[in-house]
Design a protein around this ligand. Structure first.
Ligand code: SF4
Length: 473
């Protein structure tokens, strides 16, 4: 009921202008605050709920600013209201039915989405790529497998949102189809696609606008110098061209940044956000703190614990003062009630180009493979109940997900990054590494030591903040 009222108001906000919009926006703001912070149905700490409220409002503000600037088209908006607002964000009757059936069968709610990397191929060769991709890589999921995965989560989980990652998704080809054909086929779902942006020419941007159910998150590492240093000379210019093409056809887009020890200070500067949000017209920014997996593992590349805290402060300013939609993994774990991996209710799982099913993009270990599961006459639901996934979810529960008023420290939510010793001892037994790097990481004592030392140091810094800032209030 509450979501129906909010949904109605949201549609009005997106479709109206001037004073009418200001009025509806105020109503929406009040109702959203009441629903999330005051009613607080799961009895989370009030401060946790406030972060969620600010996150949603900053998302709305970031989109509205770009509508007003004329860089999100009305045609796109109309379609996005149907898919993103009514489907992915607020849910509809069909989804409720799917959710209820899943609960009856499995005694728990389903995940909300998947991340699929349909191809390992990439036209770039970035230093430290988590997927270790390159142009010669041939691993691909077939079109029929990708289609079946999406159909199953659509029907069994009521999912209306999926994330496409890489390799480079714009390089994907199977049976004469491309990734845009997938988006076309699932027109009642909304897609977020991580891409290096270099292949988004005018024609692709125009097609994305017509589809209206896709937003690209384009990778940068900072400005031109930082981006070209990691991604290759001339890449940043192509990225700026992709921004221009997307603005021209009215497709909302964002950027995705890997935060390392070297660029963390840049990510604390206000000018960085002014440049991307105000000058370039992004609607959102994802920051992924470097996780030592994939090509060229280096634990010294992670932002230091002190830098991580500074980034947390900066993230708060973005949400609360500048009303810019920024998500910082892992500082933003608080808005999702901690780790969302292992197919948690409302969370997700990750499937790569080999079909291996992993808890998360940053956890390169698996036990099941989707192609084998389908060949055995099973469905994606069966993958949710492996010992590996169940252990991960048990940890999430113990750590706080269902503890309501006194959850564990969600400033360090990550099952692998922030609790490495526990991950290795209690969650990752009997798993298969995704690649040679993941195998080395699991067996290397110096990797273990570096990860645990980091965790201990960050725990000392963040626990105090968690207790004083979140639990005390
Ligand atoms: S495992 Fe870590 S990166 Fe993955 S969802 Fe959980 S918190 Fe996020």
């Amino acid at each position: 009921m509450v979501s129906e009222v909010l949904s109605g108001l949201l549609v009005k906000i997106l479709e109206s202008k001037g004073k009418t919009r200001d009025f509806v926006l105020r109503e929406f703001d009040k109702k959203l605050f009441r629903a999330i912070v005051e009613n607080n149905p799961k009895r989370r700490p009030r401060r946790v709920q406030e972060y969620k409220y600010f996150m949603l409002m900053s998302m709305l503000w970031s989109v509205l600013r770009n509508i007003d600037r004329g860089i999100i088209s009305h045609e796109y908006l109309k379609r996005a209201v149907q898919t993103l607002v009514n489907g992915a964000l607020l849910g509809n009757k069909e989804q409720e039915d799917a959710n209820r059936k899943f609960k009856e069968q499995y005694g728990t709610a389903p995940p909300a989405f998947v991340v699929i990397s349909p191809t390992m191929a990439c036209n770039l060769h970035c230093k430290g790529c988590y997927a270790a991709s390159h142009s010669g890589a041939r691993f691909n999921l077939s079109y029929s497998i990708v289609k079946r995965i999406l159909q199953e989560i659509h029907d069994f989980w009521g999912a209306r949102f999926a994330v496409i990652s890489g390799g480079e998704p714009m390089m994907y080809k199977s049976d004469g189809k491309t990734i845009l054909d997938i988006f076309n086929e699932f027109s009642d779902m909304f897609f977020l696609m991580y891409t290096n942006g270099t292949l988004i020419d005018e024609e692709k941007a125009r097609r994305m606008a017509a589809l209206g159910n896709i937003t690209p998150a384009i990778s940068v590492e900072g400005y031109e110098k930082e981006t070209d240093e990691r991604r290759g000379k001339g890449v940043y210019k192509k990225v700026l061209q992709a921004f221009e093409n997307l603005r021209k056809y009215g497709v909302p887009f964002g950027v995705s940044i890997t935060a390392t020890r070297h660029n963390a200070e840049l990510l604390i500067e206000p000018e960085f956000y002014d440049f991307y949000f105000d000058e370039q017209g992004i609607s959102y920014m994802w920051i992924f703190q470097y996780m030592p997996i994939g090509r060229g593992i280096d634990t010294q590349l992670m932002p230091t614990p002190e830098q991580r805290l500074k980034m947390l402060e900066r993230w708060e300013v973005c949400l609360k003062e500048e009303r810019r939609f920024v998500a910082d993994f892992w500082n933003s774990g608080i808005v999702s009630d901690g780790c969302i991996a292992y197919g948690r209710p409302g969370g997700y799982l990750y499937i790569d180009w080999n079909g291996n099913i992993m808890p998360c993009v940053f956890v390169p270990y698996y036990v099941d493979n989707i192609k084998e599961i389908f060949a055995a006459g099973k469905t994606i639901n069966d993958a949710l109940f492996s010992e590996f996934f169940k252990k991960g979810r048990e940890w999430q529960l113990r750590y706080g997900y269902e503890y309501g008023a006194q959850p564990g420290n969600w400033f360090m939510p990550c099952s692998i990054r922030d609790h490495y010793d526990n991950f290795k001892r209690h969650i990752a037994s009997m798993v298969k590494p995704e690649d040679e790097n993941a195998k080395v990481a699991l067996e290397d004592p110096s990797y273990h030591k570096a990860m645990v030392e980091y965790d201990e140091k960050y725990k000392k810094l963040s626990e105090k903040l968690w207790r004083e800032k979140i639990l005390k209030n």
